[in-house]
Design a binder for this molecule. Sequence first.
Ligand code: F6R
Length: 236
Amino acid sequence: MKVIQVKNAQEGGKQAFAILKEEMAKGITTLGLATGSTPETLYQEMVKSDLDFSDMTSVNLDEYVGLSGENPQSYRYFMNDRLFLHKPFKETFVPNGKANDLDAECIRYNQIIADHPIDLQVLGIGRNGHIGFNEPGTSFAVETHVVALTESTIEANKRYFESIEEVPTHALSMGIASILKSKQIILMAFGREKAAAVAKMIEGSVTEQLPASVLQTHKNVVVIIDEAAASELTNA
Ligand code: F6R
């Protein structure tokens, strides 16, 4: 893992954008994208850039079960709002949270990933070390799956909803096996509340109890963290 320490999320977004730009100049075509607060500065850089994404494909990590793309809390809405409406892509994929048959939706999404191999995957990390919605204890072998969100994740996500009762309890998520197929991965983490997970991801053992630790086994990972998120690293 290559670790880049930056001052703050703004600088982190710029660093991630610089890597993306370089990779696009080399001809990559498919991005794996994340939602949440972490990639927002990267998306701001993309939006204000003069880069053209109209030949690019994106495949998002996850979506809440039960929310349609018109729901402002859905990840489809987030992506349209933050990125796609400003910078049109050739095609964009997000799991369908309203699918009647969730198992069939997982199979469909696995096929999408197989048909559009991800060149560069953008990740955030949860306070408990989750990536995508792969919570601690999820098998590393799993591909797209239906996930019951943990209390800690529901608690962390409630800031986006009017009340905790409105936070969905399930999500569709790419699995760890799907994420590991990406040719390159950029994981960003900003803020003190990510410090423990970041330290375990980089310096701890590889364990399904800390899903992001699996990234130690991938050969092309860049971790971009601010000072607060780096504060529990012993070798910083
Ligand atoms: C979002 C996702 C999640 C988030 C993580 C961190 O698509 O897959 O794993 O990256 O929960 O969320 P933020 O960035 O809001 O702290």
